[in-house]
Design a protein around this ligand. Structure first.
Ligand code: DP6
Length: 332
């Protein structure tokens, strides 16, 4: 064994969305974004780089990957191997790797599993390769695996500065003592029908509404940061919901259209709206999947979740609090 390390990262949910790349290879986004890293939606990953004799003397790195004990081949393994190549290049090694990863997030259900996955992989792989990266460089590295992963390096509220190249595109923490919670309304645990990667490319290339959304997003981010500074949850919630709906409007206008909404999504959305009309602050956001995430005050989250559950019988509803950023464990 050349080196081994473990890392654990939490998923983050965007409040102001990342949707659309300016550079597909380096994963530079077209707009900056803001997210909340959540406790309890995590990926734990161990990476072991092997001596050449340990892999039967085969030529070139042949990596192996298991996710939740299931051996992976094809696209998932390819994506991880390409990511590991970045780490190998930087560390000047050519060893193959054994990667095993465990999730507490249902894979591919639009619950941002790639954010925790590539943040944990960046931490474990860089450490196992002997690199000692700063948080900024970990964020830049995680970004190359999946854009949203650059934000999971940090806990709580996080801003991803779009930047214009590899060096200038990374996340930073947003200091705030606001007590926030996100309630996940799991209307479906099924895999998404179109990946966020393809969906965002099609939106950028074909949606006549995309430019308008991306421009508005810059203003939305400033509005959200201002609301956070002022501890104004009403203002924050309003802009968070509007930003997500605008993103989905741009997707609906893509050709062919992209629609992640299911009938249950709209039902849940109506429930959030009615709770808000009853005077409890609750605002919905949704990503590349049919599930809602409902932003509320931390102190009112349980009450809001109970009201949602009463209106949405049989739906899995869970309160998530802000959680910590990436933790890299010493190799064992
Ligand atoms: C809707 O980070 O999964 O969740 O960079 O292509 O891997 P890639 O995309 P990904 O996209 C996340 C999109 C989103 C919004 C967000 O998290 O900001």
């Amino acid at each position: 064994v050349l080196g081994r390390a473990q890392a654990k990262a939490n998923a983050n949910i965007a409040l102001i969305k990342y949707w659309g790349k300016a550079d597909e290879e380096l994963i530079i986004p077209r707009s900056s974004s803001l997210s909340l890293t959540l406790a309890g939606l995590s990926t734990s990953t161990e990476v072991t780089f092997l001596e050449s004799s340990e892999r039967g003397g085969s030529r070139g790195p042949v990596d192996t990957l298991t996710i939740d004990d299931e051996p992976q081949t094809g696209k998932a393994l390819e994506r991880v191997s390409r990511f590991l190549d970045l780490v190998r290049d930087e560390a000047g090694i050519s060893a193959s790797a054994r990667v095993s990863s465990y999730n507490t997030v249902p894979y591919g259900a639009g619950l941002a599993s790639s954010s925790s996955a590539f943040a944990a992989l960046a931490g474990a792989a860089s450490k196992a390769a002997g690199l000692d990266l700063s948080e900024r460089d970990l964020s830049r590295l995680a970004r190359r695996g999946s854009g949203s992963a650059c934000r999971s390096i940090y806990g709580g509220l996080v801003k991803w500065e779009a930047g214009h190249d590899d060096a200038s595109s990374y996340a930073t923490p947003v200091e705030s003592d606001m007590d926030l919670a996100l309630i996940v309304v799991l209307v479906s645990g099924q895999e998404k029908r179109i990946s966020s990667r393809l969906a965002m490319r099609r939106t950028v290339e074909t949606s006549p509404l995309y430019r308008a959304w991306a421009e508005q997003s810059a203003a939305d981010l400033e509005e959200a940061l201002g609301a956070i500074r002022d501890h104004d949850l009403e203002r924050l919630g309003a802009v968070v919901e509007a930003n997500a709906l605008g993103m989905h409007a741009a997707m609906l206008a893509a050709r062919p259209a992209i629609c992640y909404w299911r009938p249950e999504t709209l039902t849940a959305f109506e429930a959030v709206r009615s709770i808000r009309e009853d005077g409890l602050g609750a605002w919905a956001t949704l990503d590349a999947g049919p599930n809602l995430k409902v932003l509320t005050d931390g102190g009112k989250a349980t009450a809001v979740a109970d009201l949602l559950q009463a209106r949405l019988p049989g739906v899995n509803i869970q309160v998530h609090r802000p959680g910590p950023g990436l933790r890299i464990m010493p190799s064992v």
